[in-house]
Design a protein around this ligand. Structure first.
Ligand code: ZN
Ligand code: ZN
Length: 156
């Protein structure tokens, strides 16, 4: 995996919200929880964990709501108030990070997931690579996923 030159930008479907990511993420993985199935309308979403200080909204404003995640933790889901595109969420238990939706990047070609979480909620017909870090639920610690991401980066 080869990272782009930062900063990079992204935004919502209608164009009202634009954001900037100023540095590399800590990790990218797929989440198969029911919440992600519901809000994406499909089998899973990608979660791209970034340092909260590395992300900034540069146009429009994020709106959202607080919800109890499948993990039992409270997550602030934020997206465009006009078109509803989810941009990122703030896990209130971990205020130093944001969990971005990398599909909102203008170019997500580099944003390859390195593992899966909530695999016990995944559909039987979803392909999950058994050779990557996989977790049946919410991992207590994301470090194995971050380590796998760093290993992919090291391969270039
Ligand atoms: Zn929008
Ligand atoms: Zn999820």
């Amino acid at each position: 995996m080869k990272l782009p030159t930062f900063p990079v930008e992204g935004g919502c479907q209608c164009g009202a919200v634009r954001y900037r990511l100023k540095a590399a993420p800590l990790g990218i993985y797929a989440c198969h929880c029911k919440d992600c199935q519901r809000f994406s309308g499909t089998t899973h979403t990608l979660s791209m964990v970034v340092n909260a200080t590395d992300a900034e909204v540069i146009a429009g404003a994020l709106a959202g709501f607080d919800k109890a995640a499948d993990s039992g933790r409270t997550v602030r889901m934020l997206g465009c108030a006009q078109c509803g595109t989810k941009i990122w969420n703030e896990p209130l238990a971990s205020p130093h990070i944001l969990v971005m939706k990398p599909g909102t990047l203008d170019d997500m070609g580099w944003a390859q997931p390195v593992g899966n979480i909530w695999t016990d909620r995944a559909q039987s017909w979803t392909h999950i690579d058994p050779g990557v870090p996989n977790f049946p639920g919410q991992p207590g610690d994301r470090q194995p996923l971050f380590d796998a991401f760093a290993a992919e980066l090291a391969k270039g």
